[in-house]
Design a binder for this molecule. Structure first.
Ligand SMILES: [Zn+2]
Length: 90
């Protein structure tokens, strides 16, 4: 029986996660900007929330509520695959 379960509290810190993904956060405060990986971005159009991991692109409309959603969208993973990747399956 598969007893793995999702542990939201063990998702990586958003700043550490975005850095690991090779995205350079620009600016200060809760919302930072990065060059959007979801479209051919010339300037940082993607806004990310460093507290929650929420993100929204002002150019292409890519958006999500946390680093798990970002990881799924960027790498085309299922919820469980992404959660495992991020060390959030206990
Ligand atoms: Zn975009």
């Amino acid at each position: 029986m598969n007893t793995a379960r999702f542990e939201r509290s063990t998702l990586p810190d958003p700043v550490a996660y975005f850095n690991r993904e090779g995205l350079r956060l620009v600016g200060r405060g809760r919302w930072r900007s990065v060059v959007c990986p979801f479209h051919d971005d010339a300037r940082p159009s993607l806004r990310v929330n460093v507290d929650t991991g929420a993100y929204k692109c002002m150019a292409c409309g890519a958006k999500g509520g946390d680093v798990l959603a970002f990881h799924r969208q960027r790498h085309g993973l299922s919820f469980v695959q992404a959660a495992r990747d991020l060390g959030a399956m206990a």
